[in-house]
Design a protein around this ligand. Structure first.
Ligand code: URA
Length: 191
């Protein structure tokens, strides 16, 4: 197995005992994220769920299985080419929505992570990540389907895989379309 340096090593250590918001009192552990320092694609999700809180890895439940499968099928990116992060690093109790104060408290971690990786494309999945990064209150169904210039990257907003699992064929087609676009952009081809 190749020797891989954790790009978030120093950040991860600092975040491990983060108490910037009340989720510190209820989490099992901080779910900081996975990936390589030179990953061209960063996926930004919402927050860890029960399985992520237990294992410490993002997107390991049903949503994560779908996300990884569609990335594998719609792009030629290897798993190592993707960094998987969340807006919120600690599980909200009972998987409730993240609160504005929690998002604000956690945001510096995400900004530092994106600065370390410097991806080509950010795929923001769901309303929370897409609204936060684009600085809008617009819903994901209106935002998705195209890329946005954001800082120095292409930002591709798409549906959250949990919504895709509930949303039937059209939701799946939209999700595939957006992930495909992210893959094309990550390879440096014109959209
Ligand atoms: N698991 C995560 O890590 N993030 C999500 O947004 C959903 C499930």
């Amino acid at each position: 197995m190749p020797f891989v340096v954790d790009p978030f090593c120093e950040l991860r250590e600092r975040a491990a005992d983060c108490t910037r918001c009340d989720l510190a009192a209820t989490r099992t552990q901080v779910v900081f994220g996975t990936g390589h320092a030179d990953a061209p694609l960063v996926v930004v999700g919402e927050a860890p769920g029960e399985q992520e809180d237990r294992t410490g890895e993002p997107f390991v439940g049903r949503s994560g299985t779908l996300l990884r499968r569609v990335i594998a099928e719609e792009t030629d990116l290897a798993e190592d080419d993707c960094c998987i992060l969340n807006v919120i690093k600690c599980r909200p109790p009972d998987n409730r929505d993240p609160r504005p104060a929690e998002i604000e408290a956690c945001r510096p971690w995400l900004d530092e992570q994106l600065a370390v990786v410097a991806p080509v494309v950010v795929l923001s999945v769901g309303n929370f990540a897409s609204r936060l990064l684009l600085g809008t209150t617009e819903g994901i169904t209106r935002l998705r389907g195209r890329s946005y210039p954001w800082r120095s990257v292409h930002l591709v907003p798409t549906l959250h895989p949990a919504a895709v699992l509930r949303g039937g064929q059209t939701a799946m087609e939209h999700f595939r379309h957006d992930v495909h676009l992210a893959g094309v952009l990550a390879n440096g081809a014109a959209a």
